[in-house]
Design a binder for this molecule. Structure first.
Ligand code: 8YV
Length: 320
């Protein structure tokens, strides 16, 4: 390998990423080890970096075993599975993969919104089942005249807002802060936002700070014509409250790309006709996943060459 550096990979990534990492580092592939703990004990004293596949938990119990750890390069813009605060406090750099997936995820959010409001998935299943031969598919609700609320107006939130505005919707938002350079109306709480709109799009980071931000109260505020779209993290929504709201007709429908306990989706959701369910495909195109994988490699390479990493998360210590 190009660098005299031990890199830990707890879980697999796309083949080309593993190949490029193999060329650059001594890679320890934990998922291939018959005894993971034995391998970890053996390599722990020398590991200086981790390449973390999306969703695999990188917490204090693991990082605390690696005394020479300096860099964790995560796959995905969301890094709720990496304890970045702990890492930052211990001088460890954490990187994610922002920007390269923004437009892709926004495309998915728009598609999911249209699928949910216009019941397009249901319509397609209806055709395939021969229903059209009997009678036309029932008329559906519409996007016309609607107001959308973006919960979390960051890079992806703004790309979604742009698309929904292009569809003729007025857009409002809530986030931790009002943004001076944004013209969309701001609401101080998620509930205030839900009250003001009839499509609520969840685009916040996951993790403890946003857990169950969408609860029964917010869903009731969204109302019987309201649609919830979640392309962020399942943890942001109280799934039990959502199921109850969908069952009772307290909201019109939900389009979900993410779930509390992926890849397991509650049977109750599978049985609901007013929920559109996608298997966490927001960024899942060949083009975008390659760009994300390359950024994982590029961050590690920059760090190994002593250059600043390309996309550090905010919790990362500034004096690198
Ligand atoms: C990935 C994501 O599916 O970027 C994110 O935060 O949720 C997705 O792009 C995730 O990283 C798991 O691979």
């Amino acid at each position: 390998p190009r660098f005299d550096i031990d890199l830990l990979m707890p879980a697999p990534m796309m083949d080309f990423v593993v190949e490029r990492l193999d060329q650059a580092f001594r890679v320890h592939k934990l998922w291939l080890a018959p005894d993971r703990d034995a391998l970890l004990t053996q390599v722990a004293p020398s590991v200086r970096a981790i390449a973390a596949a999306g969703g695999v938990s990188i917490g204090a119990p693991l990082m605390g075993r690696l005394p020479r750890l300096e860099c964790v390069s995560g796959f995905g813009v969301g890094y709720d599975s990496i304890d970045a605060r702990w890492a930052g406090a211990h001088g460890i750099v954490v990187t994610n993969t922002p920007d390269v997936l923004t437009e892709e995820v926004a495309d998915t959010a728009l598609a999911l919104t249209l699928m949910t409001v216009r019941r397009l998935g249901q319509a397609e299943r209806y055709l395939r089942a021969g229903g059209w031969l009997e009678r036309p598919f029932p008329l559906t609700p519409t996007l016309r005249g609607r107001t959308a609320g973006i919960l979390g107006l960051g890079r992806i939130g703004k790309a979604i807002a742009q698309r929904l505005a292009a569809c003729g919707l007025s857009v409002h938002y809530h986030g931790r802060h009002r943004q001076a350079d944004v013209a969309f109306p701001y609401h101080a709480t998620p509930k205030d936002l839900a009250q003001a709109v009839d499509i609520l799009v969840v685009v916040t980071p996951g993790g403890a700070d946003t857990r169950h931000l969408i609860d029964g109260d917010v869903l009731r505020a969204l109302g019987p014509d309201g649609v919830l779209i979640n392309i962020a993290r399942g943890s942001v929504v109280d799934e039990a409250a959502l199921i109850a709201a969908l069952r009772a007709g307290a909201i019109l429908g939900a389009g979900l790309d993410v779930f509390a306990n992926e890849p397991r989706v509650p049977q109750a959701l599978l049985e609901l006709d007013n929920a559109v369910l996608l298997p966490h495909v927001g960024s899942a195109t060949i083009h975008t996943r390659r760009a994300m994988g390359q950024l994982v490699v590029d961050n590690l390479t920059a760090w190994a060459e002593g250059r600043p990493v390309l996309t550090p998360v905010p919790e990362t210590p500034l004096a690198l």
